[in-house]
Write a protein that binds this ligand. Structure first.
Ligand SMILES: *Cc1c(COP(=O)(O)O)cnc(C)c1O
Length: 380
């Protein structure tokens, strides 16, 4: 969207996009329509509503808003979860095809890739996404590359412009999980990605009250493929969830700005803490992903990787001693939360056993620090 003054900034678009037409007496917010079917007879024209599994007006404002934020030429395609979205975007890998994945991608995305290997004979090439030469070498003969940057939970930063250009040159479809960065942090379509997707459950919805996913692309044929997949597999979102996600999106810029500022301050303090072995956050000048993130991202995200003293016991001790931070999986909510990732036997074995993934929320940073510092001091 643009005005006579030029294009609107992303922090305005989160507020303005996906609104109903401005007419006298019209609602400011889109209505939630609860109807499984629509009045129809005979041939249904393009864009006309028929049945909610194939489309409902309640999805459209969110799909338009996400496209506006990612700078996509096509409306987004919303799904029932981030994983339903992963399944849809990876359906482009043919049987016995080749899929390149980051070795530290979201563990359930990796589980899905392994399932493709078992059931469809797909060759899955796991790469260090921060090692550009290694990734480019793995692209030879590949069908699809899944990119995550920063990665979950290791916070490795990929060289997006170089990797996406290399994939494009080789005819490899690139699909980028932009959950950690959010569309305010980076827009991979602008660097040449074919598809960008989100676990909307996380920052976009932002309040830990819905599970939802969405993908966007510039390519009309890929968008049609994703919509057809959604209809065939029935991996659809409920209208209320999409409405809640749009409501959450309205404050995305405020939430992300605060959470990133909190995370940057906490990472700086943690780096000097006597009970800390290692802290990963791309804001730290010493972080291996710092220079790349500074070049290609707006901000450094609000996830911190933390290894306290005392190994697994120390890490579990910190989680148990916290009173304000919530021990829970998931991330991107207004509340700060954390977990030790290797508590899941399915987490990649190259993720350190004592790594805590912190999702920094929007609380007062001094309260967050007092709780964290107190819990860490129990290890000294
Ligand atoms: C949570 C998450 C997913 C999966 O999304 P769900 O909404 O939980 O299905 C995918 N990618 C990343 C990076 C995630 O954090």
């Amino acid at each position: 969207m643009s005005t006579e003054h030029g294009p609107l900034s992303p922090s305005t678009l989160v507020v303005t996009s996906g609104r109903p037409p401005r007419v006298q007496g019209g609602p400011v917010n889109p209505p939630v329509v609860l109807s499984s079917t629509y009045v129809s007879q005979g041939v249904v024209g393009p864009g006309e509503l028929l049945y909610t599994r194939s489309g409902t007006e309640t999805w459209e404002p969110f799909e338009q808003a996400l496209a506006a934020l990612e700078g996509a030429a096509q409306p987004g395609v919303v799904f029932g979860s981030g994983m339903a979205t992963v399944a849809a975007v990876l359906s482009a890998v043919p049987d016995r095809g080749v899929l390149v994945v980051p070795r530290h991608a979201y563990q359930v995305s990796l589980g899905y890739a392994d399932d493709l290997a078992v059931r469809h004979g797909v060759e899955v090439r796991r790469v260090d996404i921060a090692d550009t030469d290694q990734v480019v070498a793995a692209l030879d003969g590949a069908d699809v590359v899944l990119v995550e940057s920063p990665t979950n939970p290791m916070l490795e930063v990929a060289d997006l412009p170089t990797l996406l250009a290399a994939a494009h040159e080789r005819g490899v479809r690139s699909v980028v999980d932009n959950t950690f960065a959010t569309p305010l942090g980076q827009n991979p379509l602008a660097h040449g990605a074919d598809v960008v997707f989100h676990s909307v459950t996380k920052y976009l919805a932002g309040h830990s009250d819905v599970v939802l996913g969405a993908a966007v692309t510039n390519d009309a044929a890929i968008a049609a493929e994703l919509r057809a997949y959604r209809t065939l597999h029935g991996s659809i979102a409920g209208p209320f969830e999409v409405w809640l996600a749009l409501r959450g999106l309205r404050t995305l810029a405020l939430r992300v700005e605060r959470a990133q500022a909190n995370a940057t301050e906490l990472a700086r303090r943690l780096a000097d803490h006597p009970a800390v072995v290692e802290v990963r956050h791309p804001s730290l000048p010493s972080d291996p992903g710092h220079d790349r993130a500074a070049r290609q991202m707006n901000g450094f995200g609000a996830i911190i990787g933390l290894r306290p003293r005392g190994g697994v016991q120390g890490a579990d001790g910190v989680v148990a001693a916290l009173r304000l931070w919530v021990p829970a999986t998931s991330l991107g909510g207004v509340e700060s939360s954390l977990e030790r990732r290797r508590r899941f036997p399915t987490e990649s074995l190259t993720v350190p056993e004592d790594l805590l993934r912190l999702s920094v929320g929007v609380e007062d940073v001094e309260d967050l620090w007092a709780d964290l510092d107190g819990a860490l001091r129990t290890l000294l």
